[in-house]
Design a protein around this ligand. Structure first.
Ligand code: KQY
Length: 364
């Protein structure tokens, strides 16, 4: 039986592990909504299947699917991938699913069920309603029989944070201080909340992300911990690149930062795509009130930083860009002990996300 716990992870001795720590499994949600995904989500379903198969080479994976898509997903996904029926509003489990925390003494894993409001609620959220997405964390914890913490009134998405598992968190001011999340809380109050729930001593604030219109600048497009004391950061020397300023500023912040243990960080550079990823097939995306109109040629945010670390591997987004090979090589160099595997995911970028934000890891 999974219970709600009326305490905080820090008080109970739980901490959020780094993504590079051992994992039990990965969770995904099957894409289907035709007002986000082009061509009735069929190309996205094929790409999600490729991502799921790549992950399954390294560890178990569960895919959550609506009743309407259950049979299709079950038939498209290999038998060694678990499929469970679950209603949702879209397919972004990193953001609406639970953040798992672990007690190192007992080995117990629990979930944190943050409030989810579609990346900004009625202020600048991406779709309405989001009530079913907001239930995903609770449902995953029920299925896994993991007790969970609730944070009523406190909005957070998993893609807006990265941790080193040793007391340090990376995030952006653009996202966490955005008016659509927790407008009545100060930066200090937000920091205190994160420290209490994720068991942290230090937050490194990067100013801006690269997708203000979608997630208000999630950190997972910009930088992440690859192991304690070491981070990867987007990088370009091309002054005309649309993300030049953000990459330079993030790199400077990280090279000047120390972590919770007082270490100076080793910062690895990860290239950006040479060319922006332009949306194609916008005319096949249903137009409905309450979602942003879409047009061919608009820039889809495509960052190699949105890779997923799994047991023994790293699943790296590829976009058919000149820099795909270089990005894969750079990630492989960061993780000599893991196998870097590229998967073409421009289709996911057309829907507003990438490998990291369509997956959630459950620690061992
Ligand atoms: O975390 C993400 N990148 C999700 C973005 C959702 C976009 C919905 N169109």
């Amino acid at each position: 039986m999974a219970k709600r716990i009326d305490s905080t992870p820090k008080k109970d001795g739980f901490r959020m592990p780094g993504e590079f720590e051992p994992q039990e499994k990965i969770w995904m949600i099957w894409p289907e909504r035709p007002d986000n995904w082009r061509d009735g989500a069929k190309p996205a379903q094929r790409v999600y299947t490729e991502v799921a198969k790549a992950i399954r080479e390294f560890e178990p994976i569960t895919v959550c699917v609506s009743p309407a898509q259950y049979q299709n997903a079950r038939n498209m996904l290999p038998a060694n991938i678990r499929v469970v029926e679950m209603t949702s509003n879209d397919s972004w489990i990193r953001d609406c699913g639970p953040t798992f925390v672990k007690n190192d003494k007992t080995g117990e894993v629990r979930g944190i069920d943050w409030d989810f409001n579609s990346w900004g609620g009625l202020y600048d959220g991406l779709y309405f309603p989001w009530d079913q997405d907001d239930l995903v964390a609770q449902k995953v914890c029920e299925i896994e029989e993991k007790d969970s913490y609730r944070t009523p009134g406190f909005v957070l998405e998993g893609g807006s944070i990265h941790v080193d598992g040793e007391g340090t968190l990376l995030t952006t001011e653009m996202c966490l201080l955005s008016p659509g999340r927790n407008p009545d809380m100060t930066k200090e109050e937000i920091s205190d909340k994160l420290c209490e729930y994720l068991n942290l001593e230090k937050i490194i604030w990067i100013k801006d992300g690269i997708d203000p219109a979608e997630t208000n600048g999630h950190i997972d497009d910009v930088a992440c911990f690859i192991r304690p004391g070491e981070v990867a950061c987007i990088w370009t020397e091309d002054k005309n690149h649309p993300f030049y300023e953000q990459a330079q500023a993030a790199y400077k912040t990280l090279t000047e930062a120390t972590d919770a243990k007082g270490r100076k960080l080793k910062v690895w550079k990860l290239c950006l795509t040479k060319e922006p990823c332009y949306l194609k097939g916008a005319a096949t995306i249903d137009s409905v009130e309450g979602t942003l109109p879409r047009e061919d040629g608009e820039v889809s945010i495509a960052s190699y930083m949105n890779f997923l670390i799994v047991n023994g591997g790293v699943i790296v987004p590829q976009y058919g860009d000149e820099n795909d090979e270089l990005a894969l090589k750079q990630v492989q160099e960061m993780f000599p002990e893991r196998k870097a595997v590229g998967v073409r995911t421009e289709e996911v970028a057309y829907g507003g996300g990438n490998i990291h934000c369509i997956t959630q890891q459950q620690p061992k």
